[in-house]
Design a protein around this ligand. Structure first.
Ligand SMILES: O=P(O)(O)OC[C@H]1O[C@](O)(CO)[C@@H](O)[C@@H]1O
Length: 419
């Protein structure tokens, strides 16, 4: 191991020196809120009852959520964060997520579910996302053939073709407020309506977000976790840390990684700026990524998320071995501590977020803290964190190809490697 180098940390003087940036970011964020631009801050104040479906929707054996990006990543993240990675194997209600235009994904889901017993949530803020529409058109045709009722489908959208179809075919429709941006929408109807049918306590989720909201409205950076988190990432971005690795030490938060990736990338990747989010998972990625984080380019800041109390635990028994008598939860948390210490000794900046346990309440706090972190970070970086202009061009090219206007593959790629 190379000699241990100094810790490239942040001093109190450093933070004092950023007072103006912090105050400006806080003020601009609250100005956006006052102007009604930050729907994600408003929706957590709504009464959850407006998201609940009547009892007849509870009888479905299967739930299928159809959507892309912010219209489905958050729902998957909360479902798995609360119910665990093997929820479908353990629970009577089986939940599936159709979040890509891969025909094999749709095929595999259709081999499992009986459509007449399936409640399908079709979620799209714009109502025009091509993957979501394509999957829905195929499902809709099959559901009609199998004699499914309108009750089998719930539309969650704020407009476009999807909402038009919903109205015309008398499906239940939930609105998405116009000022709620997709990647910030999990605590709106986008996530809460389907989650309320999956055995998730959406009231507890919102309660956590509301309690975190109180902290995130504090102007003092030392008492505002989101403002501090944004400042640390901003300061290290300016010190060349162009990659933000998120590394929870609990399997139930791996989908949180994937939700964070869209939130951080699509909010901050603008005008040639940005900080690339990387999804990692402890302890397993110590055996996959850690060599790079320790001994590769010093271009990363690492955020650990650790949980003190796991839902289950086991004691290891093997006489004479140092593991004997140790709990598995102790092992994984010591592994996180060891990784934290070795990264620090190698001068790799890292942050630890510690949850007492992981349930709807603490997950609601974590989600909202990251939404506010992103809002503050966007103001510090002087980018608009609430649009995504660049992705529209790719959608236009896809549409031209589908309409036959574009040429074949030779236009899309300079060369194709055939294997
Ligand atoms: O909810 P929609 O409108 O279907 O969009 C899905 C996703 O596609 C994007 O617009 C990017 O293409 C994301 O911002 C959004 O979360």
């Amino acid at each position: 191991m190379k000699e241990k180098i100094g810790i490239e940390g942040i001093s109190l003087e450093d933070i004092e020196g950023m007072r103006n940036i912090v105050d400006t970011a806080y003020r601009r964020t609250m100005e956006r809120y006052d102007k009604g631009e930050l729907g994600f801050m408003e929706v957590i104040q709504k009464d959850c009852e407006c998201y609940r479906l009547s009892d007849r929707y509870k009888e479905f054996k299967y739930i299928l959520v159809v959507g892309m990006g912010g219209s489905i990543l958050g729902t998957q993240m909360v479902y798995e964060g609360v119910k665990g990675v093997y929820a479908n194997e353990l629970n009577s209600k089986k939940v599936f997520f159709l979040d890509n235009s891969d025909p094999e994904l749709l095929y595999s889901i259709l081999k499992i579910v009986a459509l007449r017993e399936t409640l399908v949530f079709v979620v799209s803020k714009s109502g025009n996302t091509v993957e979501t529409l394509a999957n829905f058109f195929i499902l809709r045709e099959k559901m009609k053939k199998e004699g499914c009722r309108e009750d089998n489908v719930v539309i969650i959208s704020s407009g476009g073709l999807l909402k038009e179809i919903g109205k015309r075919e008398n499906y239940k429709i939930f609105e998405i407020p116009e000022n709620v941006v997709g990647r910030f929408s999990v605590l709106s109807s986008v996530g809460l309506v389907p989650l309320s049918c999956m055995g998730v306590d959406i009231g507890k989720l919102i309660s956590g977000a509301r309690d975190m909201d109180k902290l995130c409205r504090r102007e003092d950076v030392f008492n505002n976790p989101a403002l501090m988190n944004a400042l640390i990432h901003y300061m290290f971005l300016n010190r060349g840390k162009s990659i933000s690795v998120i590394m929870p030490y609990i399997e139930r938060l791996y989908r949180f990684d994937l939700w964070y990736r869209q939130l951080w990338a699509e909010s901050l990747g603008k005008d040639g700026k940005g900080q690339t989010p990387v999804a990692a998972l402890g302890a397993k990625d110590q055996h996959s990524q850690l060599q790079l984080y320790l001994d590769g380019p010093k271009d990363k800041i690492i955020t650990f998320i650790k949980v003190r109390k796991f839902k289950e635990d086991f004691t290891i028994r093997y006489k004479g071995h140092y593991l004997d008598g140790c709990n598995l939860s102790q092992l994984i948390n010591f592994q996180q501590l060891g990784t934290e210490r070795v990264l620090t000794s190698m001068g790799v900046p890292n942050i630890s977020i510690v949850l007492e346990d992981l349930d709807e309440y603490t997950l609601g706090k974590l989600i909202y803290m990251y939404e506010m972190t992103t809002a503050f970070m966007g103001e510090m970086m002087e980018v608009n964190a609430f649009n995504q202009p660049a992705v529209e061009e790719g959608k236009k090219i896809t549409r031209e190809l589908l309409e036959g206007k574009g040429k074949g593959e030779e236009v899309v790629k300079d060369y194709i490697i055939k294997i």
